[in-house]
Design a protein around this ligand. Structure first.
Ligand code: IVH
Length: 685
């Protein structure tokens, strides 16, 4: 198991230790092909380092493994030479500059050629090679001549087909689609706005630094050394040019090329137009200047290209840019407004987030009234004060952000904002955990947290109680009918029916729903309790392995981390939750209310508390013979093996252990005593 190390260590020493560990495990995984820790453990180490560097930016070194995640040079991805270089584009920032470009093209060609207008997708350019219709290689642009091989990462992007085939629409009308023997296509990998918002929300909740915009997030995600993480980030792509086509029916123009790509099931942006003169281009620019904000992806402009490849060839290129294309960039949408207040919100896990409130202002199509300042460090860096005039931008057109303070307009006497030392809702002291950026209210009975916890508990993916929306939860809290999630089960029709906007029928329905939720099962209950680090998936894994709340509550770190995908950080979150008396009291209340705290073996498709675990026995155990231990493990769904490998979940060592113990230690495999086994099997400690 990975050692998470003493948390109290000085940050510089811990950062150095983490870097060593991460590099060692990356080498074991990528170079030597013998991983010693699970993916989740590796992830936990990386996350700890990211958080540490976030909290102490002075510790960040250019060679830190986190820089791969962030997207700066990554010596470790193999490089790829682009036989046909990826050019970049000349920019135009005003309609006049664009018209001047059209004039130059017309002069060179002696006529006005058809032009294609396409949206400029704000992502990361990639080049894909399909050989015999199969995706063979994917590379980033790099410096245009040499890029990085990101094939495994690109393979995780669902929009990009691994095999070319006639698109459904084409197949219906013709059977003659020919797939080229070799096709090199270029395009843009991007982060859809929605996935970007979800990613940042999850990072905020976990106290991780946020990505500034979808473009950075796309670059960071595509260039991860670990394609498994790329796979979790919902990237997408649009392709916009053919660099090489070896096969019949090579397209003769850009517009034909785009339709051809569509015809062989490659993703092409549908918003494009062929126009015949500068007026057409300007009209396209006008339409998309505002409409682009309604698109599910980010665009920062329009690319205009001469359509016919023969014309492109005649125009040629300068040292840097093709003469046949230009990028028109929309100015970033920025608005200035005044900060009327800075409030501090408290989330479900107690994270305090400062939020700036503004005089309402129109920005990129919507009225913006407030912007989160992410965390107190972000706030301190920007030094936003009440009364300040600030510039607000929409990061990725999704989240409004304060980009800067217009210092020259700062009113006299404006006071720097200080994060409160006490929770603004419950008044308890707040704390910042070592290695975390976030400041939290650690009072488990904080009402702000209580409301958020209740909302989460009844949500569809948790206990799934219909008919208890946000407003009703607030109403019941306000009426003093709820204090924690267990108090839901004490509600009665008589209490609810007389309340405003309720009535007999909806009160009876809500009570029936609450009653029904008692049988939701351990996985939903665990997720619903909002234990830090325990998302839906982890809750299911835990329920499947431990089958009961008692067994889970009795599990120690070894038992927890023996569940694949559960690393030390998650294990600590769980241990910490069970160690807190208020949480134990809550469990007792829930139990007394008749909430099911087990997962039936039948409901977990795979069953067995040790399911998926591989164990090796060595030495003499105090209480069980080898046969008895084997039977106990196997009847709980685990396997017993004779030899230790990196896949071993744990070596269970008794007296006079053999060389298996040494091997376990050298591979970093967990070592258990018989007591640990008992705990894993759910025996009370
Ligand atoms: S064509 C030689 N078309 O913008 C022509 N580029 O600022 C190569 N981009 O490096 C590019 N959308 O990463 C083209 N529809 C589009 C595009 C596009 C986005 C990116 C691309 C390029 C950058 C230039």
């Amino acid at each position: 198991m990975a050692k998470s190390g003493p948390k109290a260590k000085d940050p510089a020493a811990r950062a150095a230790e983490l870097r060593d560990e991460i590099e060692r495990h990356a080498r074991l995984y990528y170079v030597e092909d013998r991983p010693a820790i699970t993916d989740a453990e590796y992830d936990a180490l990386l996350r700890e380092l990211i958080a540490l560097e976030g909290a102490h930016p002075e510790l960040l070194t250019p060679d830190s493994p986190t820089q791969r995640v962030g997207g700066t040079p990554m010596g470790d991805l193999p490089s790829v030479r682009h036989e046909i270089p990826l050019l970049s584009l000349e920019n135009a920032y005003t309609p006049e500059e664009l018209a001047a470009w059209v004039t130059r093209v017309v002069e060179r060609l002696g006529r006005t050629p058809p032009l294609v207008c396409e949206l400029k997708i704000d992502g990361l350019s990639v080049s894909l090679v399909y050989e015999g219709g199969v995706l063979a290689r994917a590379a980033t642009r790099g410096d245009g001549t040499t890029g990085e091989d990101v094939t495994p990462n690109v393979r995780t992007i669902h929009a990009i087909p691994l095999n070319l085939r006639a698109a459904d629409a084409v197949r219906k009308i013709s059977s003659k689609v020919k797939i080229p023997a070799v096709l090199e296509v270029r395009g843009e990998v991007y982060f859809p706005k929605k996935s970007f918002a979800a990613l940042n929300a999850a990072r905020e909740e976990a106290g991780l630094p946020l990505f500034a915009n979808p473009r950075n997030a796309a670059a960071g995600s595509l260039r991860l050394l670990d394609a498994r993480i790329t796979a979790q980030r919902k990237l997408s792509a649009f392709l916009y040019s053919i660099a090489r086509w070896e096969g019949e029916r090579a397209p003769a123009s850009q517009s034909e090329g785009l339709s051809t790509l569509e015809g062989i099931s490659l993703p092409v942006n549908p918003h494009r137009a062929v126009v015949s003169a500068v007026d057409g281009v300007l009209a396209f620019l006008d339409v998309w200047r505002t409409k682009r904000h309604d698109l599910p992806f980010e665009t920062d402009g329009v690319v205009v290209k001469v359509d016919a490849l023969a014309d492109q060839k005649r125009l040629g290129q300068t040292a840097k840019f093709p003469r046949w294309a230009i990028a028109y960039k929309y100015p970033p949408e920025e608005a200035t407004t005044t900060v009327t207040g800075i409030v501090v919100q408290v989330g479900r896990t107690g994270v305090l987030t400062p939020v700036a409130e503004f005089t309402p202002v129109l920005l990129a199509g919507t009225v913006v009234r407030r912007a989160t300042l992410h965390n107190h460090e972000d706030l301190a860096r920007k030094d936003v004060r009440v009364g300040d005039a600030v510039a607000v931008e929409k990061a990725g057109d999704v989240i409004p952000q304060v980009t800067r303070v217009l210092l020259e307009k700062r009113p006299r006497g404006a006071q720097p904002f200080a994060m409160p030392a006490r929770c603004p809702v419950c008044g308890e002291k707040v704390a910042r955990q070592e290695g975390e950026v976030a400041v939290r209210c650690v009072n488990p009975s904080c009402p702000a947290q209580a409301a958020e916890r209740l909302r989460h508990f009844v949500s569809r993916r948790a206990m799934d109680v219909e008919g208890l929306g946000d407003e009703r939860i607030d109403q019941l809290l306000g009426a003093g009918l709820l204090e924690d999630v267990a108090s839901l089960y004490a509600l009665t029709v008589e209490q609810l029916a007389p309340l405003e906007r309720w009535g007999e029928k909806s009160a009876a329905n809500a009570i029936a729903e609450i009653e029904r939720s008692k049988d939701a099962g351990l996985a939903r209950l665990l997720f619903g309790l909002g234990i830090r680090q325990v998302g839906e998936k982890t809750a299911k894994l835990l329920a499947r392995r431990f089958l009961s709340m008692e067994a889970l509550g009795a599990a120690d770190e070894n038992a927890l981390t023996s569940v694949s995908e559960i690393g030390p950080e998650t294990a600590h979150g769980i241990l910490d939750w069970f160690a807190r008396p208020p949480n134990r009291a809550l469990l007792s209340k829930l139990r007394a209310a008749g909430i099911r705290m087990t997962e039936s073996a039948a409901s977990s498709a795979t069953g067995g508390i040790l399911f998926g675990g591989v164990f090796v026995l060595t030495g003499t155990l105090p209480r069980r013979s080898r046969e008895e231990a084997t039977a106990a493990i196997e009847s709980a769904g685990g396997k017993v093996s004779g030899s230790v490998s990196k896949k071993t979940t744990a070596v269970i060592a008794g007296e006079e252990p053999g060389s298996k113990l040494d091997k376990a230690k050298s591979l970093g495999v967990a070592v258990w005593t018989e007591d640990d086994l008992d705990r894993a099997l759910g025996a009370p400690a």
